[in-house]
Design a protein around this ligand. Sequence first.
Ligand SMILES: [Zn+2]
Length: 49
Amino acid sequence: MSLADTVRRWLDDDAAVIYECRECGTALDSDELMCPFCGSTDVSEYDVR
Ligand SMILES: [Zn+2]
């Protein structure tokens, strides 16, 4: 497998997961480890595939 295929697979995986703050329910980006609204680091992941 080429490097480009590997990167593309990572991006596909990323798009299929929704991140949400457990405290206030705000949808977060995949690279946000802390909720910008309430400051919680308790982020849940939902796999929507
Ligand atoms: Zn929050």
